[in-house]
Design a protein around this ligand. Structure first.
Ligand SMILES: [Zn+2]
Length: 494
């Protein structure tokens, strides 16, 4: 049954009826007398919508994958979920999730995420990336065209995920630059949500190469999600210098700019970097940022981040770096050995005060930077980010209020993308007509369980998660055998 059409049409008719003060009865429009049966009803929850400010006990009626009713009156559903004492929020949108495999999607769903996006690293082949996931995913998925993988392909870098050869360490030739730009433009035409950049990983890319990519993004109204060229406090390679480069590029080209994981870029200087974003916004630039709620970063040991001088640049030493495979902290010898081998490390470099400041700041979105899961160990952020913000920083630490936190993980990420991809106008909101991507959690219990020692633990307190109206988490447990996730993609040009 094409519920969506019928209901949408009825809604529209009902508005006209109201204006004309005429009584019209229509076949199949049972909702007018309260006898409509919805696919799913979420009953008696505290509904919180950051866009309208609604914060009240309501019943939600869902049909055809959309929210059809938000009311204080009882509703009938083929399935009813009792949300008494629970908070009903828009599903969380994660702008920064590298691991995009079925196992990751399970962890994301149990952390309340309904849309998982890889926008920093991205891919070099938009069509292939979407085709690999179409019809097979628990939650919604999307990707950027990535300057890093495109540069790796064009310059034949041997690296896995991040460059370790020419794409990190060599300037591109004029022919290579032309090919990089061509591939990025093709990706944008094929519906990439954004352009991804990690300038620190492509350290030999000139400022000219970077600004040319911003110019391409501007032509497609695509935000550039960028890991800055520099991080930390060591002049002349500070996080501040890094953010100056990209704010200048955004101002000069008109490209929207999104600075990823601002805390691992700013370290102690994080408040100054956030002030740069705020100032840019107040000056009329489309500049935004995000953070994850942890005091450690994570990346590949063979990447340019660990080129000589890394201790000075990041203000850390061997013992602050953990080799993920074994959990051991590094020494000068193991650093050399594992850097040749290649693999993931966790870097304990972010002051708690910087993490708390960013999590609490209303202009900083929440995004996990979740890593691919390749063994028993991985940074916990991919599994616990959203529950950690709601449980630790909202409930326990009172660093920010619940509505502000929800806005930072729902409405703001949707607004970041909706100019480029209009489908996001129907995400991140509890509104009649919006996509039924919904997260229902217990605000008294929600908490992350993933730790550095035991990272593969589901969060607690996420009771129900719906993706396009289909339950993927029910009574706190994953639902098996459902694949309601859809491509989140910008319009495709020729
Ligand atoms: Zn990054």
């Amino acid at each position: 049954m094409s519920c969506s059409r019928v209901h949408g049409w009825w809604k529209w008719t009902a508005t006209l009826v109201l204006v004309a003060a005429t009584v019209v009865t229509t076949a199949g429009s049972g909702a007018s007398d309260g006898t409509e049966t919805y696919d799913v009803v979420i009953a008696n929850g505290r509904v919180m919508d950051p866009e309208s400010g609604l914060d009240a006990v309501r019943n939600l009626g869902i049909a055809g994958g959309k929210i059809r009713a938000i009311t204080g009156k009882p509703l009938q559903g083929k399935k009813t979920m009792d949300a008494i004492g629970l908070t009903v929020a828009p599903g969380f949108i994660d702008l920064h999730q590298h691991g995009q495999e079925p196992r990751n999607y399970q962890f994301k769903a149990r952390d309340g995420v309904t849309t998982s996006l890889e926008l920093e690293a991205g891919t070099d082949d938009i069509d292939k990336w979407y085709a690999q996931r179409e019809g097979k995913t628990l939650i919604n998925f999307g990707v950027s065209i990535g300057h890093i993988p495109v540069r790796m392909k064009v310059m034949k870098d041997p690296g896995n995920f991040l460059p370790s050869g020419d794409a990190a360490h060599r300037e591109a030739t004029p022919d290579e630059l032309a090919q990089i730009d061509k591939d990025i433009e093709t990706g944008l035409h094929r519906g990439a949500l954004a352009v991804g950049m990690g300038i620190n990983y492509t350290a030999a890319a000139t400022h000219g190469e970077i600004v040319d990519v911003f110019r391409l993004a501007a032509k497609s109204n695509a935000p550039v999600h960028v890991h800055l060229r520099h991080a930390g406090l060591k002049e002349p390679t500070t996080g501040l210098v890094g953010i100056e480069e990209v704010i200048a590029a955004a101002a000069a080209t008109g490209a929207p700019l999104h600075v990823v994981h601002i805390t691992s870029m700013g370290l102690q200087d994080t408040p100054r970097l956030i002030a740069m974003v705020r100032g840019a916004q107040e000056s009329g630039l489309d500049v935004t940022t995000e953070c994850y709620p942890y005091t450690a970063g994570s990346t590949m040991l063979e990447s340019a981040i660990f080129d000589p001088g890394w201790q000075d640049r990041q203000g850390i030493t061997y013992k602050d770096v953990q080799w993920v495979k074994t959990g051991e902290r590094l020494t000068a010898e193991t650093f050399e050995k594992y850097r040749k081998e290649g693999g993931t490390v966790v870097i304990f470099s972010i002051p708690e005060e910087a993490a708390r400041t960013a999590v609490a700041d209303p202009i900083v979105m929440i995004a996990s930077d979740g890593m691919p899961i390749t063994g028993a160990k991985v940074h916990p952020r991919g599994q616990g980010t959203f529950s950690r913000v709601l449980g630790h920083y909202v409930r326990e630490d009172k660093a920010l209020d619940l509505m502000t936190a929800l806005r930072k993980m729902t409405l703001m990420p949707a607004q970041r993308l909706e100019k480029r991809a209009p489908a996001f106008k129907d995400k991140g909101r509890i509104r009649v007509g919006a996509d039924a991507d919904i997260t229902v959690f217990d605000p008294k219990r929600i908490i992350d369980k993933a730790t550095y020692e035991q990272p593969l633990q589901y969060s607690e307190g996420i009771q129900f998660v719906l993706v396009n109206g289909v339950p993927v988490v029910k009574d706190g447990q994953l639902v098996d055998g459902v694949f309601p996730g859809r491509a989140a993609r910008a319009p495709i040009l020729q």
